[in-house]
Ligand binder design. Sequence first.
Ligand SMILES: Nc1ncnc2c1ncn2[C@@H]1O[C@H](COP(=O)(O)OP(=O)(O)OP(=O)(O)O)[C@@H](O)[C@H]1O
Ligand SMILES: [Mg+2]
Length: 367
Amino acid sequence: MYVLAIANQKGGCGKTTTAVNLSASLAQIGKKILVIDFDPQAHASTGLGYDPDKIEQSIYDVLSSLSQSKTNLDSILKEVNSNLYLAPSSILLSTLEQELTDEIGRETRLWDAISRMQTKFDYVLIDCPPNLGFLTINALRAANEVLVPLEMSFFSFNGVNQLLDIINLVRERLNHNVDYRILMTMFDSRLQYSYQVQDAIRERFGDKVCRTIIHVNVKLREAASQGRPALYYDKYCRGAKDYLSLARELISRIEPPEPLSKGWTPKNRISKSSPKIGRDMPARTVEFIFPDPEAKEVFIAGDFNGWRVNEDAKLEKRNGVWVKSMTLPPGRYRYRFVVDGRWVDDPNNPMKEKNPYGELDSLLNIG
Ligand SMILES: Nc1ncnc2c1ncn2[C@@H]1O[C@H](COP(=O)(O)OP(=O)(O)OP(=O)(O)O)[C@@H](O)[C@H]1O
Ligand SMILES: [Mg+2]
């Protein structure tokens, strides 16, 4: 189980949108997901189709000692879809801090509840409120990683240092090892300003920035107002695709593939229709080329590297085109390029196949 807290004290930067849509994407890929709505505003509950006024028991009843209907985390779970569950919030959550003022170990209250849970999840996503108070500290203490959405404005830098200070405090004072990643949200590719902010964010936070960028997409707003993730509202919209890319990036980082090694057989990674693989055929060196001199960075992700977007997958710019050589064993591979955070198929390769997300993967046969 991997616990991800989505936090930033700045309001409206995309925390809830990320919690709702990333969770739906992870569930779509086949992971079992729990979203904990940890904001008294209960926007994640609404965004997943539950009216907080009609919910009988919420996360408040799990954590409070005073609640009349005290219960455990398993009992409040709502099944949103197969693989996707919600622990709803309620306005009462805002009283919890005061209630627990004198309690010892109050910062670990949420983690205690998560760790006692009987239901098994692959990923738990916690949607935090827009402040650095008691609820956010509880979420950080429960998390393996904090995902910090930053919208494309220089103002979004304000306050991140404070959040990072709190993360350090949790590490030192609560002796809990928690990592963080920055997620760029509401990127408007029509504005030069977005690219300037992007450069500044990458310069400031380096490899702590997610490769995937979430673009501005009105469908994300529309879907939220209908109480649905964008994937269930319009699965081909930009917002749904961006969050699927983010899910893939997260999975490939958290669940790294087995490395290519001698004698490696790609049978688990290729589709049934693939040709027979001659195991004794030699590996071949392939040169991947992406012809966009304007791009700032280009990666390649595919079956051969577990769809992992990292430094090893980076293309090099040579004479105005992006190039990467790879030596691959015989097999049939699917791959895509990640160009400045956008997933695209190979424009030079006519062999393509539709993937489960409605996009095209490029195909490569070796041997
Ligand atoms: N990529 C996007 N494109 C367009 N609209 C977006 C995008 N991301 C979020 N929004 C919209 O922006 C508003 C704020 O987003 P959201 O509620 O996710 O932020 P938040 O950080 O959870 O806010 P709060 O701090 O109040 O909890 C919402 O109306 C949401 O639909
Ligand atoms: Mg929110």
